[in-house]
Design a protein. Sequence first.
Length: 354
Amino acid sequence: MATSRKASATKSRSSTKSKVATKKSKARTTNIFTPEQDIDAYREMLMIRRFEEKAGQMYGMGLIGGFCHLYIGQEAVVIGISMAINEGDQFITSYRDHGHMLALGMDPKGVMAELTGRRGGYSKGKGGSMHMFSREKNFYGGHGIVAAQVPIGTGLAFSNKYLGNGAVSVTFYGDGASNQGQIYESFNMAKLWSLPVLYVVENNQYAMGTSIARASSNMDLSQRGASFGIPGEKVDGMNVCAVKEASARALEHCRSGKGPFILEMMTYRYRGHSMSDPAKYRSKEEVQKMRAEHDPIEQVRARLLSSKTSSEADLKDIDKNIRAIVAEAAEFAQSDAQPDPSELYTDILIELDA
């Protein structure tokens, strides 16, 4: 009985905090996009959704090996932020990275080809799902070690300040990484030197498979930087408008010389942690409820239809075009050549002029 009451209290505490945080975020959000912004957000989020669905299908067919972490359900986070950044701002994230690459305009063919280990992939077929990069698009990975990207993202911010280029390092990590010590070392340095870094916690509530209520004594991850003097805010990460608005404020804070800022995006992944995760730690009803009531793409779709900005036929055309792009990427990823064996010895050392 005592155990039951404790579990119930924990669940209630989690639910109450989540509701309070969501209300707080919504109160500051107009939730109004221009028709053009709504269509762009819809198209970009749907691109991620369809790409990830195809990647999951190809993984099931044995065409993609190794780890594969899908972003389905979390699309509003990266698209909302990408709508607020300036040219030159950098993204760096963990292993759930396909959506971040697509949001920055990386070629779906290059991303999918890397998943299948082909030479046309962004890492020449040597990195796979978790290790892709693009200097051209200011994407610095894709990192397989939990929280390892956070000190690197802080280092990018140090470089930005040193060079005076006005850029902000947008450094993503998950709720499961939020208890890692290297994050707090990074917080200390970032605040000490007033570095332009926006820390984005993608709180999908289950880390690798453990509820945050069972893993964290303090579940308000937006305030984890309080002891360092770093401000933070919770955001409805299923609402692309709320994400864009909060991100714009936070980016301005970082860019203006005030130092780091933390945004905790309250989001949800519909699939397991990775393709090998059956996600038995939550009920199917919970996932279905989130899809039915909070899906980020459906929110924008409903807005486009109710405002008569787009018709059902218009949205079907967008979906059709996106499916064609994804199909082309999948075809390329299966037909492109395998890397030459000599690639085993490249990209290991920097060649210096004599």
